[in-house]
Ligand binder design. Structure first.
Ligand code: SAM
Length: 274
């Protein structure tokens, strides 16, 4: 292990702490990852090992937020995996719009905004093609990372970021170039997305109830017990008959009492039972 992180015991102390505060489970081989992500903080704080860091963050909430922020992986892209967005557009919105009431969507690990804004673009496109079909819609987007939330709220992206999944058609329709190579999303897309800071380990009761929940590419970082607990609690905030999307590499096991898996060929959605 590198000098500024300490020994194996220090690493174990840190990973136990990290899992307790935000669920992120670090494998035995993640010392390099921890070292690269926390080097600056360790130096700023003049700390020589991770046990000292844990002792300090137990007493310092701001530093704890900074450390958790540094340990999150915010990898995301526009219209990631495409199927969830097609299923939303072709199946869920036509079904939900028949109920003639506002639609509530929760994006449970929104990272830097690409996922909730892709959902918002789908809603806007649906409204363009079906005038008067939607009776209002709200997207609540939550994440634990303050840095990711700040980028998401700003809604300005570099060309390189946009090249990861944003089409030229939507770029022209929904963004304005605010600076050479830097584009800002229009209010028609941003205004229906409300961002909140939320640790998925904490209660969801203040968020309300949802027709659709996107909880993608975050449960992979958690233990199977925690994943089950989160999926049970998501069930309790889904409205009767609501839908859940997981990431392409994620699955839902042992919860057949709560969710029914629906194959959409291609793509999968989970339908709330009960
Ligand atoms: C890999 S990104 C996935 C983003 C998006 N859902 C997607 O699929 O493209 C994972 C996100 O989960 C967030 N995250 C990690 N642990 C969390 C927790 N305990 N509570 C809330 N968000 C968390 C990270 O900050 C990160 O932005």
């Amino acid at each position: 292990m590198t000098a500024n992180l300490g020994n194996r015991q220090d690493f174990d102390c840190f990973r136990t702490y990290l899992e307790r505060v935000c669920g992120i489970l670090l494998g035995d081989n993640k010392e390099y990852l921890v070292s690269s992500r926390l080097r600056t903080i360790m130096e700023e704080q003049s700390l020589t090992n991770l046990t000292q860091l844990v002792e300090r963050i137990e007493r310092n909430t701001q530093l704890r937020e900074k450390v958790v922020d540094a340990m999150t992986t915010n990898e995301t892209l526009w219209f990631r995996d495409s199927h969830p967005f097609r299923i939303l557009r072709e199946q869920l919105l036509p079904e939900l719009s028949k109920e003639k009431r506002p639609i509530d969507i929760w994006c449970a690990a929104s990272s830097t905004g690409q996922e909730p804004y892709s959902i918002s673009i789908e809603l806007e496109e649906y409204k363009r093609r079906n005038p008067g079909a939607l009776m209002g819609e709200r997207i609540i987007a939550t994440d634990i990372s303050p840095t990711a939330l700040e980028i998401a709220r700003r809604a300005e992206y570099e060309k390189l970021v946009l090249s990861r999944g944003m089409t030229d058609e939507y770029l022209k329709r929904y963004f304005k170039e605010v600076q050479e190579g830097r584009w800002k999303l229009n209010p028609e897309i941003t205004s229906r997305v409300q961002y909140r800071s939320l640790n998925l380990l904490n209660t969801y009761s203040m968020l309300g109830r949802f027709d659709v929940v996107f909880c993608r590419n975050v449960l992979i970082y958690f233990s199977s017990d925690l994943k089950t607990d989160i999926l049970r609690r998501i069930h309790s905030v889904l409205k009767p008959g609501g839908y859940l999307f997981l990431g392409a590499s994620e699955s839902l096991t042992g919860l057949s009492d709560l969710y029914e898996m629906r194959q959409c060929s291609p793509g999968i959605i989970y339908h709330r039972k009960g």
